[in-house]
Design a protein around this ligand. Structure first.
Ligand code: HEC
Ligand code: HEC
Length: 341
């Protein structure tokens, strides 16, 4: 009479457990690899892995020795019990999981990070409405008016030339980077900190779309309280950033110093000579001494046709970078003679 141990062993062999486990591991690895490669969401990857596991259990059940035959009444009772327990488990799982709710799903889609902000005149108007509903005009001026100087004038400081992520941070966490001139710790006049909770998703994106219109190519951006503002060419931090732009550190593909020279002695023949007030622009038909800040930035953004001076805005230079370059050119090379208006 065989002892229990050897009976167990022969049972394991009968089921063929070892090859099945090896099959399971290989199955799991392949399924994981394929579903990951195909870019399935994690939830589906898990579902397929669970399916492989179910197959494994199914094959084991197939190979198990037959059960003793049941009487019809016991068989019926077992069937019914299985059905009831199964239904209970499914119902409980359904109740415990979040239910599908269209509003909830739409809200989730709105929260997804958008690659680009909504655009077009309607989006700008909708964004201006968000701006007004939140009473931003109680503290800020824009090119649509406003009379308060409690916060910076968003038009002459040109909020619209900064990356939207930066602007969003100023709205959500206003204490993190304080605009120069507003370091006043008295909380009453300071920018409120609750806008991150009040303005979310699409509303925030629309607001940012409106704020992105707050720029102009006519005047160099300024910083500070209205009435006490300074142009970027007078702000060392902005000039330092402009030097980096000029020397190609910010945007490797657009390196002004490659053609104009680090010290403004042109390396490329015919490139603008920033130190020379008599350098004559063919495009503007006037010498450099008569250039306004706007003339310089316009050349940088839109280029000089039929010359190596490209339209750098199209090539990926931002307005912020272009204005910083102007600030640097004015400060480093033209302080003595630059036109100041
Ligand atoms: C109670 C007055 C107040 C209100 C209301 C207010 N702000 Fe401000 N805001 C300020 C002050 C003061 C500053 C400057 C200090 C700082 O940088 O936090 C500022 C700074 C900012 C800046 C950063 C500007 C820069 O160049 O650094 C942005 C952008 C801005 N506010 C947008 C908004 C928007 C959009 C709203 C409405 C949703 C709003 N603010 C409402 C007072 C206000
Ligand atoms: C590939 C070479 C090249 C690069 C890079 C370049 N420029 Fe120029 N730039 C020129 C040339 C050539 C001219 C002269 C155009 C002309 O004949 O009017 C010029 C002219 C200018 C002028 C005078 C505009 C005028 O009307 O003559 C300014 C200002 C200027 N560049 C600024 C910049 C700045 C700032 C950068 C970097 C963001 C830059 N350039 C990058 C070649 C270049």
């Amino acid at each position: 009479m065989p002892d229990i141990k050897s009976e167990e062993k022969s049972l394991l062999r009968k089921i063929g457990l070892l090859p099945k486990i090896i099959g399971l591991v290989i199955g799991l690895i392949i399924t994981y690899w394929v579903t990951k490669k195909a870019g399935f969401p994690m939830m589906f990857v898990k579902m397929y892995l669970a399916f492989v596991l179910a197959c494994f259990i199914f094959f084991i059940l197939l190979d198990l020795p037959d059960m003793k035959p049941l009487t019809p009444s016991r068989a019926n009772r077992n069937l019914l019990l299985t059905f009831i327990i199964g239904s209970l488990i499914y119902t409980a799982a359904g109740v415990l999981h979040p239910q599908y709710n269209p509003l909830f799903e739409i809200e989730k889609i709105n929260q997804l990070p958008r690659k680009e902000l909504p655009a077009g005149p309607e989006a700008i108007e909708a964004g201006f409405e968000v701006y007004q509903e939140n009473k931003c005009q109680n503290c800020h001026k824009t090119n649509r008016g406003g009379s308060s100087d409690r916060g910076p004038d968003l038009y002459i400081t040109q909020t619209g030339i900064f990356p939207p992520e930066w602007v969003k941070e100023q709205i959500i966490e206003p204490r993190k980077i304080i605009h120069p001139g507003f370091e006043d710790p008295k909380a009453k006049k300071a920018m409120p900190t609750y806008f991150g909770d009040d303005i979310e998703g699409l509303e925030m994106d629309l607001l940012l779309t409106f704020l992105a219109t707050q720029y102009n190519d006519k005047e160099m951006p300024v910083m500070g309280k209205t009435g006490e503002t300074k142009k970027w060419s007078e702000i060392p931090e902005r000039v330092a950033y402009g030097k980096k732009v000029y020397e190609g550190e910010i945007n490797e593909e657009i390196n002004c110093s490659v053609c104009h020279g680090k010290d403004a002695v042109p390396i490329m023949e015919g490139a603008g000579e920033f130190k020379n007030p008599d350098y004559f622009s063919k495009k503007l038909k006037k010498p450099f001494r008569e250039f306004s800040d706007s003339d310089i930035v316009t050349s940088i953004l839109y280029g000089v046709e039929e010359t190596a001076m490209g339209a750098w805005l199209e090539e990926g230079l931002t307005r912020e970078q272009a204005w910083a370059a102007v600030a640097y050119i004015r400060d480093a090379f033209q302080k003595d003679w630059a036109k100041t208006d």
